[in-house]
Design a protein around this ligand. Structure first.
Ligand SMILES: [Zn+2]
Length: 192
């Protein structure tokens, strides 16, 4: 359901706002990380990084690295957290589909079934790590710092996704939007 909703929004956006002037694009200054809103026609300035114009969606080709907009959002959040003495670090970002499959197969061995394993490690076909659209932050030792991102991440378009993973964040909203309700665990994605 989530992917469908995102794809639907992608199609509706240009239609409902035919001239791109009305579609906001979010930018942050490369050194001060001060945020600014422009639009998708004007785009960000050369001394800024783009935080995108909506929820971050998968590219049509298989990526080999973390989504750049997601990385920019994290860097902006990281700079803001640092001002409050909070140290945020990405401990896992892009993972190849083979790597995700390996981790999932290990979990199946450990937990005995696909369904139970999926509670703890997302199967490769539903994980957003191979799509470059997910980051694990301060895993496994610093849930306190990650909590800062859970509370403040929406300002930068970053949301915690699962109730059982305090470390996992995605760019599933535009900066400033409200984060969706937490899913119980990755198995919620299997049902959609
Ligand atoms: Zn994760």
């Amino acid at each position: 359901m989530k992917r469908f909703g995102v794809i639907l929004a992608l199609f509706l956006l240009p239609v409902s706002k035919a001239n791109g002037v009305d579609i906001p694009e979010f930018c942050a200054h490369k050194t001060t990380f001060e945020m600014r809103t422009t639009n998708v026609i004007k785009r960000c300035n050369e001394d800024e990084i783009s935080l995108g114009s909506g929820p971050i969606t998968a590219s049509l080709t298989a990526p080999k690295a973390l989504n750049e907009t997601l990385e920019n959002r994290f860097r902006t959040a990281q700079a803001s957290a640092a001002k409050e003495g909070v140290n945020l670090q990405i401990t896992s970002g892009y993972r190849s589909i083979e790597r995700q499959r390996f981790l999932f197969d290990q979990a199946v061995q450990k937990y005995g079934s696909y369904k139970t394993a999926a509670k703890w490690v997302a199967p490769p076909e539903i994980s957003n790590h191979p799509l470059g659209l997910a980051i694990d932050v301060n895993y496994p030792n610093d849930p306190k710092a990650a909590k800062w991102l859970e509370v403040n991440g929406y300002k930068f378009g970053l949301c915690r996704v699962f109730k059982n993973e305090w470390w996992h964040f995605e760019g599933n909203i535009a900066p400033g939007w409200k984060c969706p309700k937490l899913l119980k665990d990755a198995r919620a994605l299997l049902q959609s």
